[in-house]
Ligand binder design. Sequence first.
Ligand SMILES: [Zn+2]
Length: 592
Amino acid sequence: MSSSTAEADWVSRLADEVIAEAGQRGTGKPVVVASGLSPSGPIHLGNMREVMMPHFVADEIRRRGVACEHIISWDDFDRFRKVPFGVEGVDPDTWAQYIGMPLSSVPAPAGSPYPNWAEHFKAPMAAALDRLGVPYRGISQTEMYTSGAYREQILLAMAERQRIDAVLARYRTKAKTSPDPEAAVADRTLRKPGKALSAEEQAAADVAAEGSGAAAEDDGAGGAGYFPYRPYCSVCGKDFTTVTAYDDATTALTYDCACGHTETVRLSGPDGHTRGKLVWKVDWPMRWAYEGVVFEPSGVDHQSPGSSFVVGEPLVAEIFGGKRPIGPMYAFVGILGMAKMSSSKGGVPTAADALRLMEEPLLRWLYARRKPNQSFVIALDQEIQRLYDEWDALERRVAEGTAGDADTAAHSRAVRTAERELPRTPRPLPYRTLASVADITTGDEAQMLRILSELDPADPLSSLDPVRPRLDRAATWVQTQVPADQRTRLLAEPDTERLSGLDETQRKSLDILLDGLGEHWSLDGLTTLVYAVPKLQAGWDLDAKPTPELKAAQREFFVLVYELLLGTDTGPRLPTLLLAAGPERVRTLLGG
Ligand SMILES: [Zn+2]
């Protein structure tokens, strides 16, 4: 994967840029790439792009033998803006009282083993990142602020508040910031680029914007002058505070709170005030400089005129003496099938949810194969079967050496990192076959083993282990994503009325099928047989090219078999269904 080839993929090209930029900065330290996540609720699968983009770039840099650190900023000192919908163990009326507190001060949902709201939602994300092979250094902003790590930066921002205000003023006239966080969220989702979104995609976009930590684009304006530091009230713990005075000589800061409390604190010194934070538009560039970030992408909501990434450039340079990172904008990631996903989480699929349905390399591949400016949809509904077919085809092309450079690169990024190989299924049978088998056996292991062994009698399975973990993901997909009324259920008794009403052609076609079962009892054999029946019946050669007439006859025959086996006119692929039913059951139901 040479970086100099014209065919290099987007990751390789970005890694080139980042390494060059780091070289120009000449710090001699490991290259720093960054992501920011807000644990304000379940971390939506769509927000994974915030992590996966820097991950792939960092991984490519490390593959080249250059030291690189991926930092993930947990924005757990951000305010709790609203109670997310439908979180288990959370009564919205009760939790509404915590709005305005830092996320790390809000109680965790009832029954949670974690000490607070932020930790409760960080934990599953951290576990998913570990499974996905994403190494990183997590930085709790609560720890950073409350330990006083940013004290010098805060004092600097307060001392330079007029210059900061002047920089921000250059942009305020271009884009008025909305004082209403609700309106700000709605506004951001409306600015998504590209084609119009479907209702489902829009819903996903709204959810993503809610949880993206695209923290309110607050710049600190208003009140009795411009102050970039906002304290959390020492009495009510919330940020409904207004700074009314600041003494540059003593660093004494006075604030009023909506709860009625008024207080004067000192920002400097070892016991200076630490229950407060810089407003987002100042906070972000401060951290670019503090951590020396060279690469940090962001969503479209951060990159419109006057938004944080734009105003961050002059702020980091003029105030904090740093440089804005290379920060491409990434497009929206939608989710299909979220409606059916775990209702306990308000229909917000997380990375952990996706990993219950698909293997780690596949999820990595979804993010690796698309350029940052391409939006895409992650399918957790029926489409997951086609996605898996596509992945299996890619694996074959890579193994044969016939895949293109970009496809080969995306595959390599999916299956391994600079540190390790991701877990794979030793014998990757088609996902749709595994799903059908799990469906029709309702997950019974002995039955699944029998059927899967019969798929290829020349190389039978002696246990289910070689088809795991893919089998387990497919079984979970059936359990959680396929509605009960769409599961495959064989008829308990033959449909005698239907059987007695068959015409001669229909009866004959079934007899040809039944006669061939013994000889063709494998996935390949049954596939040949079911397509051959209408040909044999019409007296055609088995190699006959499919004509519209033949296709119609095949379709008619398939519908007949589905109706007699399932009582519906459609179902899983017929050979898989026959294998799953077993020869005795097939004979009984088809009147053999
Ligand atoms: Zn208060």
